[in-house]
Design a protein around this ligand. Structure first.
Ligand code: C2E
Ligand code: MG
Ligand code: MG
Ligand code: MG
Length: 283
């Protein structure tokens, strides 16, 4: 038991020391200045296939590389930028950094990159067109890109949202419901939305190995995803017990895994390396 604790401690401190993010509260004017000075970029968190252990996808996560404050987490700036009308600028930076990375990593046509969009950005036709044209200019395909929309913010006023989602889907983009299981999507909406992927919220995955109620809920969500032919990602895999539980329970399933145990979000260079080294799942 002591040995296990020591190993866990070493592992977590090793993971924590690089790319530690801060949650400092920063004034808007400093954010806008930071945007103008190109201080924002994307980190990438790889997503692994449970079946093969291969990296099959990665998620772009915004980071502010602040010259004095260090690395700032999106929780400190996304909502504020969104409210004040500056999020488009940030999303363009994130998309650009992502597409650079895809080209450098020689992304295959099966490998996918996820980008997060806010509810408001689904109404931003100019941004969506820009993303599409950037991809085409670089000879990348919308088929390689998944747009993630957080469940609890996204699906109010479904009529208009539905039209936008259908248009994106027709262009070939993948569409994910992020943080699925803690928001407001009803089964009736899931049936009609043109989504391609469900991302099971971290709160249902964390400690799943010893939470029978979470196990039942995830079982149900996996059934639904399978029936509706949706890809699935379990977020927040941060310990070996949860990984082993999922491995046993969903052996042979097309379940993808994302979490600190497998890899933290890392800079583009490091992701490219990880993809070459093909680390696989820990055992
Ligand atoms: P999200 O899209 O659900 O992204 C996953 C978040 O969970 C990331 O936090 C990631 O670092 C964290 N995470 C991954 N694995 C684990 C784990 O095992 N344990 C724990 N405790 N956390 C884990 P991050 O990077 O701080 O991002 C937070 C949220 O900010 C994202 O949640 C997303 O909703 C939003 N966000 C990030 N980048 C963007 C962006 O470019 N645009 C928009 N609109 N939102 C963004
Ligand atoms: Mg996301
Ligand atoms: Mg999420
Ligand atoms: Mg989230």
């Amino acid at each position: 038991e002591l040995q296990r604790l020591v190993t866990e401690l070493l592992l977590s401190s090793k993971l924590e020391t690089h790319h530690q993010v801060s949650d400092a509260v920063v004034p808007l004017i400093e954010m806008v200045g930071g945007l103008a000075q190109n201080q924002f970029t994307a980190y990438f968190q790889p997503i692994f296939s449970l079946k093969t252990g291969a990296i099959v996808q990665c998620e772009a996560l915004a980071r502010w590389v602040h010259p004095q404050r260090g690395l700032l987490a999106p929780g400190t700036f996304i909502d504020r930028l969104d409210q004040e009308g500056y999020l488009t600028l940030l999303t363009r930076r994130v998309a650009q950094a992502s597409f650079d990375m895809m080209q450098r990593a020689k992304f295959s046509s099966e490998m996918r990159l996820s980008i997060n969009l806010s509810r408001n950005q689904l109404e931003d036709a100019e941004l969506l067109d820009w993303i599409h044209s950037q991809l085409l200019m670089r000879h990348l395909s919308p088929q390689q890109v998944v747009l993630e929309i957080t469940e609890n913010s996204a699906f109010a006023n479904l009529g208009h949202t539905m039209t936008t989602l259908l248009r994106l889907r027709l262009r070939g983009f993948g569409l994910a419901i992020d943080d699925f299981g803690v928001g407001h999507t009803t089964m009736d909406m899931i049936k009609d939305l043109p989504m391609t992927e469900l991302k099971f919220d971290m709160s249902l995955i964390k400690n799943i190995h010893r939470e029978p109620r979470c196990q039942s809920i995830i079982d149900g969500m996996v059934r639904i995803a399978q029936e509706l032919n949706l890809r699935m990602v379990a977020e927040g895999i941060d310990n070996l017990d949860d990984l082993n539980y999922l491995r046993q329970r969903y052996a042979g399933f097309d379940l993808n895994l994302q979490g600190f145990l497998l890899s933290k979000p890392v800079p583009a260079d490091q992701l490219v390396l990880q993809m070459q080294q093909a680390p696989g799942l820990p055992s």
